[in-house]
Design a protein around this ligand. Structure first.
Ligand code: PLP
Length: 380
């Protein structure tokens, strides 16, 4: 465990809380969860399940009606030929963790984008695998390309982790790039974990699930969840889909770790998948407005540049000041009272950037970015 670092996002959120508890008015751009309530029909279903006494263990892989609803969603929306028996219901982070633990042996190499979500690398290290970061910076608009991946493949490579839309950059993979990476996976007999948790929070772009590409069905673990799409972070509900050949090992870890996902949350999950789409559409429309504002405002600030994010609710500006991103995070917190996440938390190629989460109201975005501009202005 000594090679594993603490989550940079959680550390920053804790510092923001500490300053707030001292009465300092801090604006937080470090939160990775939608600032909307869970839609009412989903909450109601959870409450009904509790009232009806649905409070005991469920089948380990999840309740049949939720596994069926998920398989149906994957078939109709993602083009994945999914069966309910191939679904495991579990918190999304745990889904990724179980898949990595089950598939990565000591010394196996795992290709992943850099910058990328804070937990992929530690998960690989905990599994005694070797993380192989692939630089996915402004040169490719933060997108992972087949050319970049191909350079890193050798006979120890076991797995490629993809995340589109991407946290922290908001990059969305192009169809031809997904196709090219899938071809590499087939040619070199590699597995893929596709983390599609931001699938629905996407602007002027489309999600392409690798498991729907030819030859990929039995080599992809598709991961998704309810946290971001339905603003359900605290319900701890997500899922994975994998072919039976890959599922067995993962299922064993589920039974020996959390047994099953929370019972009443699973009932609420059925309501989320089968209920009205309106709340999600409204949320995404609001995120789009904020994205447009944040990009425009960042581009007005001297010393900052940003690639327009095509999905998720993050912007990842690069700054032109001589200061590492940990120091920049501390400087903005102390000087502007704005909490951002240092870019290096997401990998070494995230250095000289910081992540802004725009899952916060417009007024705070305006006020916070004004304060950032003022503080950066003092650096000359
Ligand atoms: C890219 C990515 N994958 C997975 C997760 C984990 O999601 P959950 O909190 O629903 O387990 C997150 C959460 O921030 C994320 O950003």
């Amino acid at each position: 465990m000594s090679s594993v670092v603490e989550s940079g996002t959680v550390r920053m959120a804790d510092r923001v809380k500490e300053l707030k508890s001292r009465g300092i008015d801090v604006i937080s751009f470090s939160i990775g969860e939608p600032d909307f309530p869970t839609p009412q029909h989903i909450v109601d279903e959870g409450i009904s399940a509790l009232r009806a006494g649905f409070t005991k263990y469920t089948p380990s892989a999840g309740i049949p009606e939720l596994r069926e609803a998920i398989a149906e969603k994957l078939r109709s929306e993602n083009g994945i030929d999914a069966k309910p028996s191939e679904i495991i219901v579990t918190p999304t982070k745990h889904a990724i963790f179980m898949a990595v633990l089950a598939l990565v042996d000591r010394g196996s190499e795992v290709i992943m984008p850099d910058p990328a979500w804070v937990s992929y690398e530690p998960m690989v290290r905990i599994s005694e695998g070797v993380p192989v970061p692939v630089r996915a910076d402004e040169e490719t608009s933060f997108r992972l390309t087949p050319e970049l991946v191909a350079e890193k493949i050798n006979d120890r490579t076991r797995l490629i982790i993809l995340n589109s839309p991407c946290n922290p950059t908001g990059a969305v993979m192009k169809k031809e790039d997904v196709a090219g990476i899938c071809e590499l996976a087939v040619d070199y007999d590699l597995l893929v974990i596709s983390d599609e948790i931001y699938e629905k929070i996407i602007y002027d772009a489309a999600n392409h699930s690798p498991a729907s590409f030819e030859g990929m069905r039995d080599r992809v673990i598709t991961v998704n969840g309810f946290s971001k799409t339905y603003s359900m972070t605290g319900w701890r509900l997500g899922y994975l889909h994998a072919d039976a050949g890959l599922l067995g090992g993962i299922q064993k870890i589920q039974t020996h770790s959390i047994t099953c996902a929370t019972s009443f949350a699973q009932k609420a999950g059925v309501a989320a998948l089968k209920g009205p789409k309106m709340p999600v559409e409204k949320m995404v429309a609001e995120f789009r407005k904020r994205r447009d504002f944040v990009v425009r405002r960042i581009r007005e600030i001297e010393g900052l540049s940003v690639v327009e994010p095509k999905g998720a609710f993050y912007a990842f500006p690069r700054y032109a000041f001589e200061m590492d991103s940990e120091k920049m995070g501390t400087y903005l917190l102390d000087e502007a009272h704005v909490g951002v996440t240092p870019g290096s938390s997401f990998g070494k190629f995230g250095e000289n950037h910081f992540r802004i989460s725009y899952a916060t109201d417009m007024q705070s975005l305006e006020k916070g970015l004004d304060a950032v501009e003022k503080a950066l202005g003092k650096l000359g």
